[in-house]
Design a protein around this ligand. Structure first.
Ligand SMILES: Nc1ncnc2c1ncn2[C@@H]1O[C@@H]2COP(=O)(O)O[C@H]2[C@H]1O
Length: 322
């Protein structure tokens, strides 16, 4: 047995039941029509996986040193693995297997059961959401992006279709290993952050599944009093929720000295304008900690992927700032 598996399994088995309970009714179980490019039906590579054997030893796929190092580096940078310790990321890197796809293939079909999580190594993938008989492209994935985590994490059908406008190389991680390694840390994190998120008005309209997905992507940051967390005019790529402490907002208009706009404390949030408003993409004000602060943060990538449904609420709030 792999040295990691014993430790991970013990944690996962008890926590996994909990997770299954609260996501079972979230998503429609009916499979929508398959995506058709032009008039040609694309190759479908997904296969259904109905049961997860949590006692299965974690597999190891041999890789060159160069491939292992590069994949391990990607895992370190990817927000989806932010909560894992080094040995858990080692186990995932070892368990990933190469899967290559030709141009115009369908890696994932919306509505299917989840079988693999992928990291894109080469080529691009399009993310399509199927709605009202058509499909809309909502994102393009590039090398080092991960995808296919939602169905595995939440036991729900695939939330989008993934197709290959170019030939693609990926690393794939099977559903069982993904759950064995991820669930223990993820569920602990959800238990901690769920309560906090339920107090943030912005997240009120999210379904429990969406709130879980936001929880999974949150990272923690502690900052001492007197630090500029966000600086007016700078490019921004992090969104902050205040878990504890207080910050002051200052803004300079037309080169005048900065004026105090107000203070914020838990459970308020800031930093969303630069992430949301691609046209400006610059911080609209400076945010300075007036006490020691603890923040929950979301990266720009996670923010766009997860908070798309909240676009209207944010637009309203941004117009109130101006
Ligand atoms: N708006 C989006 N932008 C980028 N990726 C997405 C988006 N919606 C879904 N996905 C990804 O597409 C995947 C489809 O399978 P999953 O639902 O398992 O996990 C999903 C996410 O990884």
């Amino acid at each position: 047995m792999h040295p990691m598996s014993d430790k991970v399994q013990k944690l996962s088995i008890t926590l996994d039941d909990d997770d299954d309970q609260d996501v079972g009714e979230e998503m429609p179980k009916s499979a929508p029509k398959p995506y058709v490019a032009g008039r040609r039906r694309q190759n479908v590579y997904s296969t259904a996986a109905t049961t997860v054997d949590m006692n299965k030893p974690i597999p190891v796929f041999a890789k060159s040193d160069e491939d292992y190092k590069s994949l391990r580096g990607t895992l370190d940078k990817n927000y989806l693995f932010g909560t894992l310790d080094s040995s858990q990321k080692d186990a995932i890197a070892k368990a990933m297997e190469p899967k290559d796809f030709p141009k115009d293939a369908m890696l994932i079909k919306q509505g299917d059961e989840g079988d693999f999580f992928y990291i894109l190594v080469q080529g691009d993938c399009d993310v399509l959401i199927e709605k009202d008989g058509g499909s809309i492209k909502v994102a393009t994935l590039h090398p080092n992006d991960g995808f296919g985590e939602i169905a595995l994490m939440h036991n729900c059908p695939r939330t989008a279709t993934i197709v290959t406008p170019t030939g693609c190389k990926t690393w794939a991680l099977d559903r069982t290993t993904y759950k064995q390694v991820m669930m223990s840390t993820v569920l602990t994190k959800r238990k901690r952050f769920q309560d906090m998120l339920s107090k943030v008005p912005l997240f009120e309209k999210l379904s429990p599944l969406e709130r879980h997905t936001v929880c999974d992507a949150l990272q923690e940051l502690s900052v001492s009093a007197g630090c500029e967390v966000v600086k007016q005019g700078e490019q921004g790529d992090i969104f902050y929720i205040i878990e504890s402490g207080e910050v002051e907002i200052t803004k300079s208009v037309d080169g005048a000295p900065p004026r105090k706009m107000g203070t914020m404390s838990a459970p308020q949030y800031f930093g969303e304008i630069a992430l949301y408003d691609a046209a400006s993409s610059k911080r609209a004000a400076t945010v300075t900690t007036t006490t020691d602060c603890h923040f929950l943060t979301l990266t720009q990538k996670a923010f766009h992927r997860l908070l798309g449904p909240l676009k209207k609420d944010m637009e309203k709030r941004i117009s109130e700032y101006k």
